[in-house]
Design a binder for this molecule. Structure first.
Ligand SMILES: [Zn+2]
Length: 267
């Protein structure tokens, strides 16, 4: 439990379980979007990663061996979302399970109408309420470079995890007292409707059309964009961007501008 971890224990843990510099540098080098973070932020991200790795087991499945580099890469991407939030948002589950490729879940679930569903297609990642985050390593690796992939699997699944703090993923995670749920819901819903209309008209979109799948997927995909390509999100959906900046307590687009980046439409 992160919230019950005393400051003393935290300090001890940070000293004892420090990540070696070369391992940290190699992991950061695989994640070019971290160029948007200041040195201070990277230092505090590194501390969060140590605490995250102490609390979670990142385990291989179906013969996959999780290397130290893979653990750190996954932990960094998970911790980017909570860099300015409490790690306790990730309480309530123990494991991140890593497969050597896409996997077919063999569980069934019942929806609110009592209909039993079963996954039949292979998945690259999955987050379950109260359960583990499941990832395919090749998909984590392929989506580490946003400019190449236009997606980030780990940020996506951990955004679902945060959303699921309120139960089933709905696109509306539990908000801090300082934020108005009505404003969040109305802002996200109007952007979602506009986005779905564009996808229905087969218009090209800068954001992955998978976001039209449901409000929960919209939130998870837009969280990827918020962290990995914030200038794009602020350009496409400024009001959603503003809500997310309040929620995640960071303004990566502002940092990007200060660092000299500017929004460039794709061809
Ligand atoms: Zn999803």
């Amino acid at each position: 439990m992160f919230d019950t971890l005393s400051k003393w224990r935290q300090r001890r843990l940070l000293e004892r379980s420090a990540i070696p510099d070369d391992l940290w540098d190699e992991a950061v080098g695989l994640l070019p979007f971290l160029a948007l973070y200041t040195d201070d932020e990277l230092r505090s991200l590194r501390d969060k990663v140590v605490l995250f790795l102490d609390a979670k087991a990142i385990v291989g499945a179906r013969g996959h061996v999780v290397t130290p580099l893979q653990r750190v890469v996954i932990a960094i991407e998970a911790c980017v979302l909570v860099l300015h939030l409490d790690l306790a948002l990730y309480d309530g589950f123990e494991n991140v399970i890593v497969y050597p490729g896409e996997f077919v879940p063999d569980w069934e679930w019942e929806d609110e109408a009592g209909v039993v569903h079963r996954n039949d297609g292979p998945l690259a990642g999955e987050a379950m309420p109260g359960g583990p985050v499941v990832l395919s390593w090749p998909d984590v690796e392929a989506s580490a470079d946003w400019d190449e992939a236009g997606m980030n699997l780990v940020i996506h699944e951990f955004a679902h995890k945060i959303d699921m703090r309120g139960g089933e993923a709905s696109g509306c995670p539990p908000l801090p007292m300082s934020m108005a749920p009505d404003v969040w819901k109305a802002t996200l819903a109007s952007a979602y409707d506009a986005f779905c209309a564009r996808v229905d008209r087969d218009e090209p979109t800068e954001v992955d059309p998978y976001a039209a799948e449901s409000p929960a997927e919209f939130f998870a995909v837009l969280s990827e964009v918020f962290f990995a390509d914030p200038l794009l999100l602020r350009h496409e959906y400024p009001e959603v961007y503003a809500q997310m900046a309040l929620f995640f307590r960071q303004d990566p687009a502002l940092r990007a501008t200060q660092l000299g980046f500017s929004y460039e439409p794709q061809d």
